[in-house]
Ligand binder design. Structure first.
Ligand SMILES: C[S@@+](CC[C@H](N)C(=O)[O-])C[C@H]1O[C@@H](n2cnc3c(N)ncnc32)[C@H](O)[C@@H]1O
Length: 145
């Protein structure tokens, strides 16, 4: 371990900020989920954190693969059938089980976000929500050059 990582915490614990609600009940690949509307039901105590979220068109949803057990460091990727390391794939079987999906925000009603395109099953714990800001991200990179 390097000097820097010696000061880093060995364990990181999260409490879900909410849950996914939809009619996708089993963790199996289904193309149609990308066209489906799901609800993200946020904890009531966090609802103020949604201030101005309705101004956004797209959001990143970070979630936990709650139904995955274990992981393989090398596996066959579904999307192209090639062997790859887990960090070169979107596999739900990962050391930290974190999923990341870019969704379309349709509407917000109180603590409920209606989103299109989340590939997480019903009951999936949500860890964080972040705005997708294409212009901002690209501008920052341009500036740094
Ligand atoms: C290939 S992963 C990609 C997820 C995300 N877009 C990402 O890149 O991290 C999507 C698959 O995870 C599985 N999945 C969804 N929710 C899950 C959950 N709560 N626990 C375990 N697997 C889940 C489903 O089979 C779904 O097709």
């Amino acid at each position: 371990m390097s000097e820097n990582s010696e000061n880093a915490p060995e364990k990181v614990e999260f409490t879900p900020i909410g849950y996914v609600e939809n009619d996708y009940f089993k963790p199996e690949y289904k193309e149609e989920v990308y066209e489906k509307v799901s609800k993200i039901v946020l904890r009531e105590d966090l609802v103020d954190g949604l201030y101005r979220v309705e101004e956004l068109e797209k959001l990143y949803i970070l979630f936990y693969f709650s139904k995955s057990e274990g992981y393989k460091l090398i596996h066959r990727r579904r999307y192209d059938g090639e062997m790859s390391g887990v960090f070169a794939s979107r596999s739900p079987y990962r050391p930290n089980g974190i999923g990341l999906t870019l969704v379309e925000l349709l509407k917000v009603e109180g603590n409920v976000l209606y989103v299109k395109g989340i590939d997480a099953i019903n009951g999936t714990p949500v860890l964080d929500i972040k705005p997708y800001m294409k212009d901002l991200e690209e501008k920052a990179k341009e500036k740094a050059k």
